[in-house]
Design a protein around this ligand. Structure first.
Ligand code: FEO
Length: 402
């Protein structure tokens, strides 16, 4: 490994020493079509400090990148901003090899790391606002509890004006480029939105408060260095503004029609619903679950105002893919949605009721009763689907005008 992997200097005192996971396609249920990176950072101070580590199988790659700058045994401190295993998985192994003088994490981080590794790693807590002296440099701790785990914190290197933001402002994107300006903006936008929708969305109110907190601190920022994806150096304002918008989720004309189908009945209903939405002035997007992964549906919902869900009844239940996506979306807790249900059935027809139960539990405001088709939709039923779409469009436009 020695000569193969190199560190990349990102500021006066900081090197990127992370790992690139080109092959990853499933990040706990999230389709990572472009792979990911696990970013770790080496701060060359009087006390040499490693910020975060990498997923366990990538230990050697990280150590080789560190070794391209200095022997890993020279590391004095390790700061763990976030305990999830993609950033802490190799911490015990790194500690065993490097024997750092100290390891730091947030108060909850200390507890969580012990609960992960069931060992006696000497981890010291740092609290919000603490300043950790590295001799000639200083690290400031910023607690960001529940963004997105209870232990989460960010660390600011004042002298280089770098904010190490752990998962915040990150994205799953494997690339050889390390900076935002080296990657096409449409890819940055899509992957940052996908990451926010699938990882951060449940914590929208906390995002808003964290952004406020960071703004109040008025930290001069030359770089935002997250734990996944590119480092922000030219689009800092752009990504911070996007987080603000995604946290607010203002109403839009976009309406998602998500469905699956057994014998094309629910598919035909979905198309009729979309026609009605379009005719009513909304902007429909139809997502077949045969073609879309649950994490793509979540991404589309991020800037949508309405969610319409269709499912056949199969064995007295929702179609499995529809149950899957609704369970997933319920956890992500998208707010400010209106919606409705539709679906086909043969003899029992529980699916639409089950969809409505999900929509209610997600606090999606149902603006029209469900439309159902027995076996195959007639022209009359398809007209009811179109009317359903028009009703939702009307409610959506009224909401935008409020
Ligand atoms: Fe990238 Fe929450 O771990």
């Amino acid at each position: 490994m020695g000569e193969t992997f190199h560190a990349i200097k990102i500021s006066d005192h900081v090197y990127w020493v992370g790992a690139i996971d080109w092959a990853l396609r499933d990040f706990h249920g999230y389709l990572t079509s472009r792979g990911t990176t696990y970013n770790a950072y080496l701060v060359l101070a009087d006390k040499v400090t490693l910020i975060d580590t990498v997923k366990a199988p990538f230990l050697d790659e990280m150590l080789a990148r560190i070794a391209s700058v200095l022997p890993p045994e020279r590391i004095d401190y390790i700061v763990s901003n976030h305990s999830e295993m993609d950033h802490s998985g190799c911490l015990p192994e790194v500690a065993a090899r490097v024997h750092p003088e100290k390891i730091f994490a947030s108060v909850i981080g200390v507890k969580t790391l012990h609960e992960h590794f069931h060992d006696t790693l000497p981890i010291e807590p740092v609290r919000d606002g603490n300043v950790l002296s590295l001799g000639n440099l200083s690290l400031h701790s910023i607690e960001t509890k529940m963004l997105h785990w209870p232990d989460s914190m960010m660390t600011y290197l004042a002298e280089d004006q770098v904010l190490f933001s752990q998962d915040g402002f990150g994205m799953h994107l494997a690339s050889s480029e390390r900076f935002d300006d080296q990657i096409a903006e449409d890819i940055l936008l899509y992957e940052a939105a996908k990451y926010y929708a699938n990882i951060v969305m449940p914590f929208a109110p906390i995002v808003a408060r964290a952004l406020e907190k960071i703004q109040k601190l008025a930290l001069p920022l030359r770089l935002i260095a997250p734990d996944h994806g590119p480092i922000w150096r030219t689009k800092i304002g752009w990504i911070v503004d996007l987080y603000g918008r995604w946290a607010r989720r203002p109403p839009t004309r976009k309406a998602i029609v998500v469905y699956d189908t057994m014998w094309q009945s629910t598919a035909r209903m979905a198309c009729a619903v979309a026609e009605g939405l379009q005719a009513g002035g909304a902007a429909p997007k139809v997502l077949s679950l045969a073609a879309c992964h649950r994490s793509d549906v979540a991404t589309e919902i991020l800037d949508a105002g309405a969610l319409l869900v269709g499912s056949p009844t199969m064995n007295n239940n929702l179609f499995p893919t529809v149950a899957d996506v609704l369970t997933y979306l319920k956890g992500l807790n998208p707010r400010n949605l209106i919606g409705a249900a539709f679906g086909s059935y043969g003899w029992s027809g529980e699916a639409t009721q089950e969809i409505e139960t999900f929509l209610d539990s997600m606090k999606v405001e149902r603006v029209a009763p469900a439309v159902r088709a027995q076996y195959v939709p007639t022209g009359e039923v398809l007209a009811q689907c179109a009317a359903l779409g028009r009703s939702v469009a009307q409610a959506l436009l009224a909401k935008i005008q409020l």
